[in-house]
Design a protein around this ligand. Sequence first.
Ligand code: COA
Length: 257
Amino acid sequence: MTDLVLTEKNNHILTVRINRLDRKNALTHDMYTALGDALEQARDDDDIRCVLYTGSEDCFTAGNDLGDFAAGLPGEFQDTPVGRFLLLLATTTKPIVAAVNGPAVGIGTTMLLHCDMVFAGDNTRFQMPFATLGLCPEGGSSLLLPSWLGRVRAAELLMLGDAFTADDALRLGLINSVCEPARTEAAALEACARLAAQPPAAIRATRELLNRASGEQLTTTMLAEGKLFAERLKSPENAEAIKAFTEKRKPDFSNFN
Ligand code: COA
């Protein structure tokens, strides 16, 4: 149990709030466990018709806790809290909505690829700095992004790892709407309410079919990404990137081959 992820059920909507603001909502193993538990709760509770992921008006999540990265992955990817969460997210059939503001870094962007509707504040900064951290793509992003955006745009986002705005994300087709940060959650809740009022089995069938479009290949890709990611976490490149972050300086990769 952790109070760093809060869940609340209201009007058939399960709201899952990331709540670790002093660390920019960086996600620890326990928090991934809670995020995965929420999806199982939604799956098993007939009264829940929609899941909403959110953070605060200023911050969705700065991604994986960089301290946890330094400790490596505890076990095979699919058995780790992050692996279980991502695999559940990609396969669950209840509709998922996200309301994001501020930083949406790393998994804070890739988890959105598995949501059905995404609302972003105009203060949102999306970023997938995996390569810059000496790591590799995760969350199925190496499969989904090239197929949705085209190879060159996907490579730019995944290789250069620059942050991009909510307007950019809207243009790329990664989100539904840009909101005033104070309105993001309300806009997402309105969408949740509309989804919850739809025929639930038809909505589940629709999401199942949308999931199936990338289906088995998505799971295979996520497992391959997870394996390589675990290896990269042990690399000297990642060690230098994490050291540089804690020392508040730019990483220096000039000596690596
Ligand atoms: N893991 C652990 N701690 C983190 C963190 C993370 N992913 N992201 C931020 N924090 C901590 C910072 O170390 C800082 O702690 P301190 O107050 O003890 O110095 C605190 O949260 C506030 O972060 P700060 O960097 O001061 O906030 P900011 O508003 O200037 O910048 C970010 C916000 C998200 C741009 C910046 O924190 C960042 O780049 N974080 C790392 C993101 C990342 O690389 N995630 C992994 C993706 S794979």
